[in-house]
Design a binder for this molecule. Sequence first.
Ligand code: NAI
Length: 286
Amino acid sequence: RGKRAFIAGVADDNGYGWAIAKALAAAGAEILVGTWVPALNIFETSLRRGKFDESRKLPDGSLMDVVKVYPLDAVYDSPEDVPEDVKSNKRYAGSSNWTVKEVAETVKNDFGSIDILVHSLANGPEVTKPLLETSRRGYLAAISASSYSYVSLLQHFLPIMNPGGASISLTYIASERAIPGYGGGMSSAKAALESDTRVLAFEAGRKGKIRVNTISAGPLGSRAAKAIGFIEKMIEYSYVNAPLQKELLADEVGNTAAFLVSPLASAITGSTVYVDNGLNTMGLAV
Ligand code: NAI
């Protein structure tokens, strides 16, 4: 049978999550996605009305089939963690079972098991603020949504992952080099994510024969990136300074993800893999 993938962090057809879904679908995987609750309605409606049909096209001409869309808010592990104001929020009240634990249970009830877990989500409410001006609350929110969300997802999905399976997340070089503008504790969150990749690779490898890697991706004009505010500048900077002077396509990250979760990468785990036209290797802007 083909492999089954759960991809957390897809809410339109512009981001890395969508491109990863497509690359996995093209390789024959069954696609389940987790969509942030506030974005669920518009994503499902757009999907149903054919708004994404052009970008659902796979290399063989068929359309990617998103088998099921699960509402998800990865900052909450179980219903007890959800504050009253969120519970009663109109956008949340319309959906159910969207905490990490409940989503894993629902996927288990629906399909029994998965082979591939993808984390393609991040959020930092103070991302536009320098770290020196970031509040404790903003910093912890960035870590919660962008780093612990991955620990929680793997924690809850590992029991339903088939041995030999694999998991990946998306990170950014601001974890290891200062990137002015990537603030609010988001750089800290990515540093945590990369460190956790190594520790989780050890633990999930021993516990479930699951590989864990992260892709350090170059800049892409996704919805999330546009919210940061300087993405066009970063894309231009990369174009000017990277060894490969070409636009970075989301599909190039998608293809690397497909490789990393496939048997072709059966000895790769705990790694941060750069998909950035080589920009990370440069020491001097030219
Ligand atoms: P995106 O906007 O396509 O994806 C981010 C997703 O996270 C959105 O679908 C959003 O709804 C979801 N999300 C936010 N908070 C959530 C929560 N609490 N629970 C569940 N979902 C939540 O944007 P993009 O850029 O493709 O982001 C995907 C990953 O790629 C992120 O980890 C990001 O940091 C990473 N990345 C992006 C780069 C870029 O230049 N766009 C560069 C390097 C890494």
